[in-house]
Design a protein around this ligand. Structure first.
Ligand code: PLP
Length: 447
């Protein structure tokens, strides 16, 4: 069908996530993405877009990898589906679990599969609560999350999420989920240095725990770098202090690596970049580079022994947990990342280059901060570089710039008044230069 037909049908029948449908209609409908290769998308009008977001922070090895398509086809023919509910398993699922145990930090050796980051985080809530129940402390049910966190869209994951708009629909947050401050120096650091503020933000977590009563807290969940909240890179002092506080109160630490995992920060996991020792890790997105849905909770031996090795069963799972085709694709994705040295490329070469090139925008009068690590970054727009006053109305700077970028052939995303980036990890220096040039031009056009 012609583009106009697809757009009309889309408006008539397709309900888009996180979209104002009135606005979409006014703008004449959605852009139809037809194909992609490397870091570029092509729409049905034949126009190319540099994908500065790697889809939704997930297409780590880039588009158009035939190896993944071939592995998927082979596995579809061999065994398209089976499950592991009733004492059965599948080769690809087993081998992926082994691979994940080897890749993730010390002690994380047991893997529970889900299909999305949201589902894996729901699973993690149940693992953490089950752990305390089985340890004889069933009153430990509270999960501490943070403001500006994004942990997903199911009722429980949306409850963990600390973005206010996610709580607009009644019924969220569910009980026993509380939110501590975000370590967001640009917005909240005041006169403190970043390092001082890192300690203060961690102390905010301690205050939240004490207000609830530590004996009621099951776990703290956090992204190494808050992604959808605006690529909030915590000050260097933050994570050590958070871990000290979790240990002090005996609280489980769930690290949500859905964005940071699989090379995004320049190591396999953000936990390695920020020296975090998780009890449970959430992984998804980059695990399969988004080619098929798959996610997992990677569980520390000490937690798994209590929850899964005790008598009785863990009453939880999804039809597609450990799906053999998704598992085969994830395994091949990881194999490609290893073969091509993609994580070192991000850590030692393209990540530093990307951050350095983006930082050249700091000479622009409307750019307040450029923050990031590896291949995730945010460019904070402001009319008050020194005072860091919030932009009013919120979004009035970043949204037009985002739209101009889109017109100029670059996909980025506006979060409040910053533009966030998470390109495929295989982006080249020339493509980084293209991204930064389009962004600068779009700021000048839009503002
Ligand atoms: N956790 C984090 C850190 C995320 O960024 C996301 C999605 O963006 C999720 C969880 C939810 O993942 P999904 O959309 O696959 O449910």
């Amino acid at each position: 069908p012609a583009t106009a037909t697809l757009k009309a049908l889309d408006l008539a029948h397709h309900l888009h996530p996180f979209t104002d449908h009135g606005e979409l209609r006014q703008e004449g409908g959605a852009r139809v993405i037809a194909s992609a290769q490397g870091c570029h998308l092509t729409d049905t009008d034949g126009q190319r877009l540099l994908d500065g977001m790697g889809g939704l922070w997930c297409v780590n090895i880039g588009y158009g990898r035939r190896e993944l398509a071939e592995v998927a086809a082979r596995q579809m023919n061999e065994l398209p589906y089976y499950n592991s509910f009733f004492k059965t398993t599948m080769p690809e699922t087993v081998l992926l679990a082994e691979e994940l145990a080897a890749l993730t930090p010390e002690g994380l050796n047991r893997v529970f599969f889900s299909n999305s980051g949201s589902e894996a985080n729901d699973t993690n809530i149940r693992i953490a609560r089950s752990y305390w129940q089985k340890r004889g402390e069933p009153q430990r049910t509270v999960i501490v999350s943070r403001k500006l966190a994004y942990h997903g869209s199911t009722i429980a994951a949306a409850s963990l999420t600390g973005l206010e708009s996610m709580h607009d629909i009644p019924g969220v947050p569910i009980p026993d989920i509380v939110h501590a401050p975000a370590p967001f120096w640009w917005a909240n650091g005041g006169d403190l240095s970043a390092d001082e503020f890192g300690i203060e933000a961690a102390r905010g977590l301690e205050e939240t725990i004490r207000a609830v009563g530590p004996e009621r807290v099951a776990a703290f969940i956090g992204e190494p770098v808050q992604g959808a909240g605006g690529v909030i890179v915590p000050p260097a002092t933050y994570w050590a202090e958070v871990q000290r506080i979790c240990r002090k109160y005996g609280i489980l630490l769930i690290v949500d690596e859905v964005i940071c995992g699989f090379g995004r920060t320049g190591r396999w996991f953000g936990s390695q970049t920020f020296d975090i020792a998780p009890d449970i890790m959430t992984i998804a997105k980059g695990m399969s580079s988004g080619y098929l849905p798959i996610s997992a909770s990677v569980v520390h031996d000490a937690v798994a022994e209590v929850v899964f090795d005790a008598p009785g069963r863990f009453p939880h799972g999804y039809t597609y947990s450990g799906h053999p085709v998704a598992a085969a694709v994830a395994r091949e994705n990881i194999a490609i990342m290893k073969r091509e040295g993609i994580v070192d490329y991000v850590g030692d070469d393209i990540g530093p280059y990307f951050q350095e090139r983006l930082a050249t925008l700091l000479d622009h009068p409307l750019v307040g901060e450029v923050r990031g690590v590896g291949l995730m970054a945010a460019v904070e727009l402001t009319r008050d570089k020194t005072g860091r006053a919030p932009v009013e109305p919120v979004g009035s700077m970043a949204t037009p710039v985002r739209n101009a970028c889109f017109e100029n052939g670059l996909v980025t995303r506006a979060v409040r008044d910053c533009l966030v980036f998470s390109p495929p990890l295989v982006i080249t220096r020339a493509e980084v230069d293209e991204l930064v040039a389009i962004l600068r031009r779009s700021i000048d056009q839009a503002l």
